[in-house]
Write a protein that binds this ligand. Structure first.
Ligand SMILES: Nc1ncnc2c1ncn2[C@@H]1O[C@H](COP(=O)(O)OP(=O)(O)O)[C@@H](O)[C@H]1O
Ligand SMILES: [Mg+2]
Length: 294
């Protein structure tokens, strides 16, 4: 079997993975689609000789992508994103902490680690606030909490569940934003797409998976500055940076996606996002690529 130059690690083939394949083909790049679910990886192998040297991690499952990336990296396979970046992005607590530490504007957040202390954390933030799982996507279990009664009910519901993650209470101020947020897709240090994501009429959340729609968003200087500062802190690669508007010139970063979905952004963007990602993957002059080849 001939070794391909690039790999796409997946656990579900969505529109994005197909489009990435098309764009790589269009550029004449040889690539492998690698099903993470079929990977059997002896940790003491000297190398995985049939695998490509650079792999784009596109797993829907955060844990699957992160753990495969960890093993690949130990065997000199460059992953995009790196395991460190995937870990920082996939865990909202870690994201919020690093953004806060480095002075990137982000919603005020308080964390508590038992149902006994959860109400105190919620009261520290005040109503209305937002409770989220620290690992999750597509808006699942992201709950707006507008009063004490709702807070008590949600805490009680979480208490009933055996999942230890349910005892981690990540509480955030509710940003008074328009019915939209902003997604910036960044490849390396270039913003390749920037869109508003509008929530559907019957939903407060702006996730496209929940029926939201996109419109093009002009990148202002303030917006670009915040986005690029975020990239510098999180580590570059292929990132989806999500921001909310506190005012017309004030943005807070609430999430950084390490395996970004970009179908919604592509619908209104003039340039091919998958095309830019493909170019990034096949370029050989990147610092990390050179280090691995050396
Ligand atoms: N602090 C907040 N204030 C206002 N809206 C929020 C806040 N946090 C999340 N949302 C809304 O909920 C959506 C989902 O939250 P998010 O943190 O992005 O979780 P997920 O990883 O599930 O997408 C966001 O896209 C936004 O529309
Ligand atoms: Mg989100």
């Amino acid at each position: 079997m001939t070794k391909k130059s690039v790999g796409i690690l997946f656990d579900r083939v969505r529109w994005e993975e197909k489009e990435l394949g098309r764009q790589l083909e269009h550029r004449g790049a040889s690539y492998d689609m690698i099903d993470a679910k079929s990977q059997i990886l002896p940790l003491d192998a000297s190398r995985f000789s049939t695998l490509p040297e650079r792999v784009l991690v596109r797993c829907v499952s955060f844990y699957r992508g992160l753990n495969v990336a960890t093993v690949y990296e130990a065997h000199d396979i460059e992953t995009v994103n790196s395991a460190r970046v995937l870990d920082l992005c996939g865990n909202k607590l870690r994201t919020s902490q690093i953004l806060s530490t480095h002075g990137v504007p982000t919603p005020k957040t308080v964390v508590a680690f038992s149902s006994e202390s959860a109400m105190q954390a919620i009261e520290t933030i005040g109503f209305p606030c937002v409770l989220k799982p620290i690992i999750g996507s597509w808006g699942r279990q992201v709950v707006p909490i507008r009063d004490k009664e709702t807070a008590e009910t949600i805490i009680e519901m979480r208490e009933q569940q055996s999942d230890s993650m349910q005892t981690i209470f990540y509480v955030q101020e509710m940003i008074k934003r328009p019915p939209r947020d902003i997604r910036c897709v960044v490849v390396g240090d270039e913003v390749v797409a920037c869109v508003y994501r509008y929530s559907s009429p019957d939903n407060w959340k702006t996730n496209i998976a929940l029926g939201g729609h996109t419109e093009i968003c002009k990148i202002t200087r303030e917006l670009e500055e915040t986005v690029l500062k975020t990239v510098k802190i999180m580590g570059s690669g292929v990132l989806g940076i999500d921001l909310m508007e506190k005012s017309s010139s004030e943005f807070v970063v609430h999430e950084v996606n390490g395996t970004v979905e970009f179908k919604g952004a592509q619908m209104v963007s003039p340039h091919s996002i998958a095309g830019r990602i493909s170019e990034y993957l096949v370029s050989v002059d990147r610092e990390l690529g050179q280090r691995i080849k050396a």
